[in-house]
Design a protein around this ligand. Structure first.
Ligand code: DC
Length: 222
């Protein structure tokens, strides 16, 4: 088992940007577990459209190969060998990821893949249940906090920067729906682990958050 940092928190709270910066500073591998759920969401969407039927979702999830790889661009995720790292970022796939992640078979299916990454490398892993379920013995657990309105503002800025259209009200509504589903689902809901440290990202950039975390928890730079 390598050194493991678990970062959990709601959608858009800054997990992935902060985790990436931390991984660079510390020389660890960054594992974006949301990408795995998104990949299954994409597979379901391609085969069955916008369904939330757990039987269909489980059947598709059992039939595909999901894998992680790393290159100079960082983490890549593969669906049956196809690099889908960009396609999984679309809004409809965010929705599908949230839907499929509530299906027990899907969570079971992704458990070993996530744990094996932490066995083989020093990792910073982000998600919803990393500190509670996937890596309950992680060396450091962080739980990020950020109000929904602030997260929606950041998402609008992100989309506009990428030249895409962004509707603040719609994005805020989607965030509330995803928060509700992620925190109330029966299996592995988004929840702070008892031994996790809260970190509020309001007023911080990803860089300043990562810097403060390194200092506050005495982490060793590479
Ligand atoms: O972090 P993200 O937005 O890429 O995650 C996409 C969806 O996957 C999100 O709605 C919740 C789900 N997810 C999860 O249930 N458990 C994780 N460890 C990571 C993501």
């Amino acid at each position: 088992m390598g050194f493991a940092i678990a970062i959990d928190g709601p959608a858009g709270s800054g997990k992935s940007s902060i985790a990436k910066r931390l991984a660079e500073k510390l020389g660890y591998i960054y594992v974006d577990t949301g990408a795995l759920y998104r990949t299954i969401g994409l597979a379901v969407f391609r085969k069955a459209g916008k369904t939330d039927d757990p039987d269909i979702i489980s059947e598709v999830a059992g039939d595909i190969d999901v894998d992680l790889g790393y290159n100079e661009k960082g983490q890549r995720v593969f669906l049956d060998g196809e690099d889908v790292s960009e396609e999984i970022r679309k809004e409809e796939i965010s929705h599908m990821a949230s839907v499929v992640s509530a299906v027990p078979f899907v969570r079971e299916r992704l458990l070993d893949l996530q744990r094996s990454m932490a066995r083989e490398h020093d990792v910073i892993m982000d998600g919803r249940d990393i500190g509670t379920v996937i890596l309950p013995d992680a060396d450091l657990k962080l739980f990020l906090l950020c109000p929904a309105e602030e997260r929606a503002k950041r998402r609008v800025a992100q989309l506009e920067k990428a030249g895409m259209e962004a509707d603040y009200e719609q994005i805020l509504k989607d965030i509330h729906i995803r928060d509700e589903r992620d925190t109330t689902r029966e299996i592995s809901p988004l929840k702070k682990a008892d031994d996790a440290h809260e970190f509020n990202t309001v007023g911080h950039t990803a860089d300043s958050s990562a810097e403060e975390i390194v200092e506050r928890f005495g982490l060793c730079r590479k």
